[in-house]
Design a protein around this ligand. Structure first.
Ligand SMILES: NC(=O)c1ccc[n+]([C@@H]2O[C@H](COP(=O)([O-])OP(=O)(O)OC[C@H]3O[C@@H](n4cnc5c(N)ncnc54)[C@H](O)[C@@H]3O)[C@@H](O)[C@H]2O)c1
Length: 343
């Protein structure tokens, strides 16, 4: 399945299917590949990565370090990469964030191709052009925008890996509630073992992310904030739990809490929080914020980038599949959350 989209004049071809990564790699010319250790050891042989033009880097969050960045830049230099070369990554959001940053800065920019290997990276992080590395323990402190010219989402990486799909599902649920009811309805009867279903599901999600990003290419117009549904409260849960609650679960709890609050304010159809709770129950993703999270400690919310002075721009789901941005007083949101937590 194929579709293409354009963000700020840069066209990207998005493709999903089974066993399509190998042919993408073998059909590339003047290309340099980076991948993580886990992917190389699990899929290196099947993918046929050319030894002379492949660099294997650390996996996970440590890929997004200044050290990895320097290593990839030096390797490209030593191996004669130029402005007309392509940097292709095979990996999840971490390897992708690093690759995007390298590709946008090496000789002031080279072509980027994404071969995402996690469900999250297929439906979210490979799309929209954001990239970056972490500095001094702070996430995404250095980064730019660069859209890949091609994204190849090969379902063979994820089809038998339930935890990888589960980790990305909250973002898919988010896409469904903000813009595409089809996603919510299909989640009720999901069958991720069916490759045809998985491809269709991936395409629906990729289209939503691409559509929203194309309206706000550099995250300056407010439209991209819709993708933050569940994340305002979610980030606070993640930080308050000292990351014991993972990102996906925190977003799920965040969507439930934010929709409960906006429903009490009359902004959201009151079926929405219950739908989120039931989906969480069905899929085994918790929606209730644990009692160990301190109700009054909402300080982390002050650092949310969607906050402007005393006001916050909150993405609000009005009904399943529909949403808008609402400006409200931060103190009102906080007091509603406190009320909802006690109730
Ligand atoms: N740029 C964006 O727009 C954007 C959006 C969302 C998240 N992100 C970033 O994405 C990162 C998270 O990415 P992620 O969730 O894809 O995880 P990840 O890249 O951290 O990968 C998680 C683990 O899974 C392994 N892995 C990857 N693919 C695998 C496969 N097919 N089979 C087995 N193991 C596999 C990796 O080696 C790693 O150990 C974060 O750094 C986050 O900040 C970026």
């Amino acid at each position: 399945m194929l579709f293409s989209f354009t963000i700020d004049g840069q066209t990207c071809q998005y493709e999903t299917g089974t066993d399509i990564a190998r042919e993408t790699i073998s059909g590339s010319s003047n290309s340099y590949f980076i991948t993580g250790k886990n992917i190389e050891s699990k899929y290196g042989k099947v993918l046929g990565l050319p030894k002379e033009s492949t660099l294997i880097i650390d996996d996970g969050e440590s890929a997004k370090s200044l050290e990895s960045y320097g290593r990839v830049m030096s390797w490209l230099m030593e191996n004669g990469a130029g402005r007309n070369s392509t940097l292709a990554y095979i990996g999840g959001g971490t390897v992708g964030d690093l690759a995007g940053f390298v590709a946008s800065t090496f000789k002031r920019g080279m072509n980027l191709v994404a071969i995402p290997t996690t469900f999250l990276s297929m439906i979210d992080s490979s799309i929209g052009g954001k990239n970056g590395i972490n500095l001094n323990g702070v996430k995404n402190m250095a980064g730019t925008f660069l859209n890949p010219s091609r994204i190849v989402a090969d379902t063979s990486f994820i089809k038998d890996n339930t935890p990888l799909i589960m980790a990305g599902l909250p973002e898919a649920i988010k896409h469904g509630f903000i813009k595409d009811r089809w996603i919510i309805d299909k989640l009720d009867k999901n069958n991720f073992e069916d490759p045809g279903f998985l491809e269709e599901f991936i395409i629906h999600n990729a289209r939503i992310k691409a559509e929203i990003c194309s309206l706000d290419p550099y995250d300056t117009l407010g439209t991209r904030s819709l993708l933050n549904f569940g994340h305002t409260v979610g980030h606070w849960i993640e930080s308050s739990s000292k990351n014991r609650i993972n990102h996906g679960e925190a977003v799920m709890m965040g969507m439930f809490m934010e929709s409960t609050v906006t429903s009490a304010m009359g902004l959201t159809e009151n079926t929405v929080p219950e739908k989120i709770r039931l989906l969480g129950e069905k899929l085994g993703i918790p929606t209730k914020i644990p009692d160990s999270i301190i109700v009054t400690d909402l300080t982390h919310m002050e650092y949310d980038k969607k906050i402007n002075g005393d006001d916050i721009y909150l993405p609000v789901v009005t009904s399943p599949g529909n949403s808008k941005i609402v400006r409200m007083k931060l103190k009102d949101l906080k007091s509603q959350i406190e009320k909802a937590m006690v109730g």
